[in-house]
Design a protein around this ligand. Sequence first.
Ligand code: ACO
Length: 322
Amino acid sequence: MIHSRITGTGGYLPGDPVDNNALIAARGLDSSDEWIAERTGIRARHFAPAGAAASDLALVASQRALESAGCAPNDIDLIVLATSTPDFIFPSTAALLQDKLGITNGAAAFDLQAVCSGFIYALSVADKFIRSGSHKRALVVGAEVFSRILDWRDRGTCVLFGDGAGAIVLEASDTPGIYATALHADGRYRDILAVAGHVCDGQTIGDPFLRMDGQAVFKFAVKVLAEVADEVIRAAGMTADQVDWLVPHQANIRIMQATAKKLRLPVEKCIVTVDRHGNTSAASIPLALDEAVRSGKIGAGDTVLLEGVGGGFTWGAALLKF
Ligand code: ACO
């Protein structure tokens, strides 16, 4: 039986951290470090410089993941890139990344759009490709420049997000690897978190900025994250106390703490980067995973639960042996 296994991780955050006070001063916001930190846990985030795009961030994260997996770009035969802030409408950011990495072997490459659940969706898709036997070594990436879709006059959203990219190499293996994944969506909730603008006849029609009903998102996230975590743990025939590390989507420390509590996981088992990264959407989980691996927290043989929730609404989880 073919399984898939993570063999390398990489992450990239552009530029210097921008702390809450610096953001408030730069954008003239009626807010405070205390308000942001207490409600969200966020103290700083990174922003890509003008002219930098998701593929530029993805490139560095991918190079680091390839290096840690010990493989060359042309060893990759599949690129699945999750983003809601692609470089262009088309070609895909995955195809741009393929070119920037110098991959010339005809590897399949496509973007996947599931907002903050994007990396979990991409991981699950790549796992299924590998387990089917059609592909052997995938680059799975989450890359975002959410700063490009923020309304800097909306203090309720612009303080929450940052830019970044994270990547993993996922390879065919005789042993797991990925134990189980679960993906869900419910389009009836599409309006509580959306960028509703679109391009038509050379113009942006509608609102080009991210809009969110924060309280509705909060309630929905806590409910579905606990459910989907439970679903993958049961699908793998395991129990929550066998989970060594929880790597949740990094949106809000209170959502993460509530999820850990529902799973009866000690908060120390939860990897937290939201304080320094903000919410980097599809990049947040692979960035947090990479940081935890490089800091020596997550090591070989650990059982790791990844979970995310985002616009759509979409949500999902993956349980794996690192
Ligand atoms: N600074 C100061 N005051 C603010 C700010 C700010 N940055 N933002 C909003 N406020 C004000 C509001 O205007 C409101 O003032 P009012 O009472 O005078 O009208 C007051 O604070 C309370 O606003 P609420 O929106 O009710 O604040 P809440 O306690 O719900 O916190 C927050 C808002 C932090 C967004 C919270 O709802 C939340 O974390 N929701 C989860 C959403 C999330 O994490 N989204 C990330 C994207 S989705 C995802 O990744 C899953």
